[in-house]
Design a protein around this ligand. Structure first.
Ligand code: FES
Length: 579
């Protein structure tokens, strides 16, 4: 069929009495809808990341049905469509490598489709960021529903959440856990659909979405598959119709103060360091200035308020029972902008309430759960464009530390040598992993949480200073400096480190420094060779346009201004990376 007469992409297409509308209605009526179902209604797309290749998002088929009920009840026409879906455990090389591709899919489908608004259904780590990035750029009214956390597992009679996996895996590596225990562990890895059941990346991004005003207040922590989540989905369906009729675009909702409040929330819950990358990408999409200096100031003035795993001990359902994010916003008080619109299009002020329990998981500014500065934004001679460290999950005795580097070039090198008896390492060493940044790792794999060498593990060492240009799982902890920019693969100083070099980390001064004389570094730089990497297809697009971590790893041409951010343009060796 020719598309020459299809001139409108909004829902008004379906009300057009002429040939455009008749054909459009006719095609929809072929699916079983009636003329009354279709005409003269706001049309709401439902962008669904449900996929059998993404168990974390496995509950979103049901969620979509509840969203549809709400849309229909409010007089709208729901039309669901699939998007790319990215599962952390499955996609390779990394989900971040594909985040921008998914965001382009979402943006173009929203823009091209005859819809007046969209509900975004996401969950697993990169799916919500990609959905939001696409929706921000498309500019149509949007609301999101998160998949919600999955039920708790059980290990040896105790509730088990995702961050408990890593010590069990270490037990296996060091030979403590036998084959039967290893099989038992596998059976308890996941006890249902839904996202990781701690304040990892997925839930952190759900919290950010709620604080931004892109999902309903009080919606981010309700469990997957619960009646509460079904109710949230139905209410979202009703409210997106109102948001669409009002023509309220994401840019009307998400301003600089919303991004600031979202980052404060991340700091207050000890959320995932991945959030920094996504927030910087959001800012780029919306044309809002945001950089490490702003984030550092916000972090340094935001107390750690919520006792929740992995930074604390509480469970997500306990935080939810204590009042969830509306209670957190109440406790943050004048640190956040309560006059901004929440996801129900009312000022946040009307949704906040004190925690339901004294002495529960949500503290107060007078009695916080930890100090200010849960997420550290550091820089120095080893990371001129910055790096990130989750201070709430770091060891206090390592926050000021000098140690000698033990360097690994990529994941294969790490795996082959980390447990070698010949590895010259002691508890004071600084483990360095490089070649795993946005370009070198093809999307910053979550390998920055380098394992403690088995010999030291057996001696009782549980944490060491670790540095890399990678990311780490939002469920991991330790004194781990991540997202070093510029990365080694484009000639950042990380590429110049050699075994035995002293590295100083000082959290108080926000510094990470390579203590090697400039002349020696200049000599090493002259010897550095950055080889071109053959690439085609998406990889070619990615390598040619991805930005460094300090500007959110988005493609330069997808930013609101359509040009490279300063961090990307100063990246040395960038053009040599694409053959
Ligand atoms: Fe999907 Fe954690 S692996 S949310």
């Amino acid at each position: 069929m020719s598309q020459e007469h299809i001139s409108r992409v909004g829902g008004e297409l379906f009300s057009d009495p002429g040939p455009d509308g008749t054909l459009a209605r006719g095609f929809l009526r072929g699916t079983g809808l009636t003329r009354d179902d279709i005409a003269d209604r706001p049309v709401i797309g439902i962008a669904n990341t449900w996929s059998e290749l993404n168990p974390c998002n496995g509950g979103l088929r049901d969620v979509a049905e509840h969203v549809k009920r709400g849309i229909v009840a409010a007089g709208g026409l729901p039309l669901e469509f699939p998007t790319i879906s990215l599962a952390e455990p499955f996609v390779r090389p990394t989900s971040l490598y594909l985040r921008n591709l998914m965001a382009m899919d979402v943006e173009e489908m929203i823009r091209a489709s005859p819809i007046d608004g969209v509900v975004l259904l996401g969950g697993c780590d990169k799916t919500i960021p990609a959905l939001l990035m696409g929706a921000f750029s498309a500019g149509k009214p949007a609301l999101a529903v998160a998949a919600g956390p999955r039920p708790l597992s059980c290990w040896r009679g105790e509730p088990m959440t995702v961050e408990n996996f890593w010590p069990i895996i270490d037990e296996r590596r060091s030979g403590v856990l036998d084959d039967a225990g290893w099989r038992e562990f596998e059976s308890q890895v996941s006890c249902g659909v839904g996202t990781c059941n701690v304040m990892g990346t997925a839930t952190t991004m759900a919290v950010i979405t709620e604080v931004l005003g892109m999902s309903l207040p009080g919606s981010s922590l309700a469990g997957a598959g619960t009646e509460e989540r079904s109710g949230i989905a139905e209410r979202t369906g009703r409210l997106i119709v109102a948001r669409a009729l009002a023509g309220r675009s994401p840019a009307d909702i998400v301003d600089a103060s919303a991004l600031h409040d979202a980052f404060r929330a991340v700091c207050a819950v000890g959320g995932s360091t991945n959030a920094v990358i996504h927030l910087l990408a959001f800012a780029g999409r919306l044309g809002i200035p945001l950089d490490a200096s702003v984030l550092r100031e916000l972090s340094e003035t935001t107390p750690f308020l919520v006792d929740v795993r992995p930074s604390g001990e509480g469970f997500l359902h306990e935080v939810e029972a204590d009042g969830g994010i509306p209670a957190l916003m109440h406790q943050l008080g004048d640190l956040v902008n309560l006059d901004r619109l929440a996801g129900d299009d009312r000022p946040w002020r009307e949704s906040v309430a004190p925690p339901r329990r004294d002495g529960g998981t949500i503290g107060s500014r007078a009695e916080p759960k930890g100090p200010v500065g849960a997420i550290g934004l550091v820089s120095g001679t080893l990371a001129p464009d910055g790096a990130v460290v989750k201070l709430s999950a770091a060891s206090p005795d390592l926050l000021s530390h000098i140690g000698r580097a033990v360097v690994f070039d990529g994941v294969e090198d790490l795996r082959s040598r980390i447990d070698s008896p010949d590895l010259g390492v002691d508890a004071s060493s600084v483990l360095v992993l490089r070649g795993v940044g946005p370009i070198g790792g093809s999307g910053m794999p979550e390998v920055g949480h380098l394992p403690i060498p088995a010999r030291l593990l057996a001696e009782g060492v549980t944490d060491m200073v670790r540095v890399s240009d990678a990311r780490m799982s939002g469920t991991a902890s330790g004194t781990v400096i991540l997202h070093v920019a510029p990365e080694a693969a484009v000639g950042g100083p990380l590429a110049l480190v050699r075994d035995g070099d002293p590295i100083r980390f000082d959290a108080a001064s926000n510094r990470i420094d390579l203590l090697v004389p400039d002349e020696e570094l200049a000599r090493r730089r002259a010897e550095l060779r950055i080889e071109p990497v053959p690439s085609r297809g998406y990889e070619r697009l990615y390598r040619g346009h991805v930005q460094q971590a300090d500007t959110g790893c988005d493609f330069d041409f997808l930013r609101a201004d359509g040009v490279s951010a300063p961090g990307a343009s100063r990246t040395p060796g960038r053009t040599e990376q694409t053959a």
